[in-house]
Design a protein around this ligand. Structure first.
Ligand code: CP
Ligand code: NVA
Length: 314
């Protein structure tokens, strides 16, 4: 078996608390002192392999690598021979050229297969179950805004999905409490072992009713939402009926001015946002919104992840 001793980032669950906290601290330092890191990955290459679309994950990876003195290479799955061949074979070859790989694959099992075959660290760029690069950015953004993670109360509203799972895992590593008010769990994302572990640690609660929102949000430091429909299904005609069902079901869970009226909390969204669905457009520009800072932080955080995986010196 190849690469078994390599630190990958397939899910935050596999990272130690120290890895998570060091990455958050370093991401904040990178934002403050970018020039200090301008040659940190000189001569190294990051390959970015995408089965799905992306703005932030791709651009933060490519631009971040340039800013660290390295080089990045974007691979659209459809223009490679990944679709024709064994995933393990192709990843093994790619990892013999590249020093790091970001893989945005549909299925988490494929992310695991890629990590098993790779001789270079694999970062999960958002699969059906987890989005760890987003979770680390979210920790950075909360820490930057509130000065702490332990004891912070974050409420995630909408569908319990890949992003919510990574927030729960991020909370478990740092002492941040996550409440999910979600009428449904995305079937492919359900991770009962994670929910049980976080719940046993006193860091996770779950509710399904929109009527709970006011009370829960009154106790929250942060409210977070994400799309009701993952990107690969959003324009899929086969998903059209399910999309309409979800829009009707989730409407009472929309983040809007009425919901957060008079509440002293920060508003987060991983983006892309679907205005008028999970969030109204005005909320992105609300004084309490950190959404565009959070998006910018993808760049700083993704650079910190690369340095953590490279075991780069301080
Ligand atoms: N938040 C996020 O991962 O954005 P992209 O899908 O644009 O990469
Ligand atoms: N849950 C979203 C995350 C987007 C970054 C999706 O999978 O499309």
């Amino acid at each position: 078996m190849y690469g078994t001793s390599i630190l990958h980032l397939t899910t935050l669950k596999d990272w130690s608390e120290a890895d998570v906290l060091r990455t958050v601290e370093r991401s904040i330092d990178i934002k403050r002192n970018p020039r200090h890191y301008s040659a940190a990955l000189s001569g190294k290459t990051l390959a970015l392999l995408f089965q799905k679309t992306s703005t932030r994950t791709r651009c933060a990876g490519e631009i971040g690598m340039t800013q660290l003195g390295g080089h990045a290479l974007y691979l659209d799955w459809r223009n490679t021979n990944f679709g024709l061949a064994d995933l393990g074979d192709e990843v093994r070859v790619l990892s013999s050229y590249a020093d790091f790989i970001v893989a945005r694959l549909m299925q988490h099992d494929d992310v695991l297969r890629a990590a098993e075959a790779s001789t270079a660290p694999i970062m999960n760029g958002c699969c059906n179950r987890y989005h760890p690069l987003q979770g680390l950015t979210d920790l950075m953004t909360v820490h930057e805004a509130l000065g702490r993670l332990e004891g912070v109360r974050l409420t995630y509203v909408g569908v319990l999905n890949n992003v919510a799972n990574s927030l729960i895992a991020a909370g478990l590593k740092t002492g941040m409490h996550v409440t999910c008010i979600c009428p449904e769990v995305n079937p492919a994302a359900r991770d009962e072992a994670l929910y049980s572990e976080a719940s046993a640690a006193g860091l996770y609660e779950y509710g399904e009713e929109a009527e709970q929102l006011q009370d829960v949000l009154a106790q929250s430091d942060v409210v977070y939402t994400d799309t009701w429909i993952d990107m690969e299904f959003f324009t899929d005609p086969a998903f059209a009926e399910e999309k309409e069902r979800r829009i009707a079901l989730f409407q009472p869970f929309q983040i809007n001015a009425d919901l957060v009226q008079n509440l002293d909390l920060k508003i987060l969204h991983c983006l892309p946002a679907h205005h008028g669905y999970e969030i109204t457009g005005d909320m992105l520009h609300d004084p309490r919104s950190l959404i565009f800072t959070q998006a910018e932080n993808r760049l700083h955080s993704q650079k910190a992840v690369l340095l953590q995986l490279a075991n780069a010196p301080e």
